[in-house]
Write a protein that binds this ligand. Structure first.
Ligand SMILES: Nc1ncnc2c1ncn2[C@@H]1O[C@H](COP(=O)(O)OP(=O)(O)OP(=O)(O)O)[C@@H](O)[C@H]1O
Ligand SMILES: [Mg+2]
Length: 275
């Protein structure tokens, strides 16, 4: 893999996207003027109002959509199509109901090369990897159950394992904990924190939960709507590993309030805030 020389793992250079030619002709962009650089191993979170372009950004970062203007480099390489080095998980865990938990986790290896062609010969090794990962997120004993036998939080853990099974360099999480209760959510924050500390992949987390963004990320970006732009970049300098106790400190809640203020101001005026 290339990369040692690449200064940034994710590098967006003045990226604009209109979803189709008609919208492009009208200068109607879903996201615009995105300049964003993410270091290798960095954990970023993106917050912003509904419809501002967060999922659009994810589609660009993983090559599911090509920009109308501008350039995107991932790991030093221009993006030309869907990337294999990323794993994704969404708000709904979307596990296949007819597959057991471990078989759901194995799914990407059956689809993504180079694993796909080796799947039959390496099945034992892959399965051991899947079981190990499931144990790590607290799903030991549930590997051979079906999704409908698991709680929502357990399904979401399995879906994170599925996103990580092919050892991606980049994990994209779009509101992964949105549907969970507060306790389960905090439990999964810690699981994600530990996996990230151990494996040092890049994370792009989209969330509506400001506490979540401040607890987990190295950098929080705030997006505005119409235009869909990145308007605030906030470094989160708390040392790692971070403990949940951190979320009750003044330093922590001050940052949450500050971000809340940016979003509140945007909602009132619809105006773009300067960086
Ligand atoms: N396939 C598409 N074709 C045309 N427009 C689209 C398409 N997908 C999204 N959009 C538009 O692009 C804009 C950004 O949408 P996006 O889904 O990125 O927002 P979001 O920030 O993820 O919102 P939410 O928080 O509700 O998930 C919206 O105006 C949306 O209507
Ligand atoms: Mg979205």
């Amino acid at each position: 893999m290339q990369s040692v020389a690449a200064p940034y793992f994710v590098d967006f250079r003045d990226v604009w996207l209109a979803y189709n030619d008609e919208l492009l002709a009208q200068n109607h962009f879903a996201v615009e003027a995105i300049d964003l650089q993410v270091k290798t191993g960095e954990f970023i979170a993106i917050v912003g109002p509904s419809g501002c372009g967060k999922s659009t950004f994810m589609k660009l970062a993983t090559g599911l959509r090509m920009p109308s203007m501008g350039k995107i480099l991932i790991d030093g390489q221009p993006v030309t199509g869907p990337l294999k080095i990323s794993g994704m998980a969404f708000q709904s865990p979307s596990l296949l109901p007819w597959r057991t938990t471990v078989d759901n986790v194995l799914l990407p290896l059956e689809i993504v090369e180079p694993h796909r062609s080796q799947f039959k010969t390496k099945r034992k090794e892959y399965e051991a990897r899947a079981r190990h990962l499931l144990q790590k997120v607290g799903l030991g004993g549930y590997e051979d159950k079906f999704p409908w036998q698991l709680s929502g939080g357990m399904q979401q853990r399995a879906s994170i394992c599925r996103a990580l099974i092919h050892e991606p360099q980049m994990l994209l999480l779009d509101e992964p904990f949105g549907a969970l209760d507060a306790f389960t959510r905090e439990e999964l924050w810690c699981i994600l924190r530990d996996l990230h500390a151990e494996q040092q992949f890049n994370v792009i987390l989209v969330t509506h939960d400001l506490r979540e963004s401040v607890f987990l990320a190295d950098t929080v970006y705030v997006m505005s709507k119409s235009p869909g732009r990145f308007v605030v970049r906030r470094d989160i300098a708390f040392p790692r590993p971070r403990d949940l106790e951190l979320t009750y400190t003044k330093a922590f809640t001050d940052i949450v309030h500050e971000l809340r203020g940016h979003i509140g101001a945007m909602r009132q005026t619809g105006a773009v805030i300067n960086q």
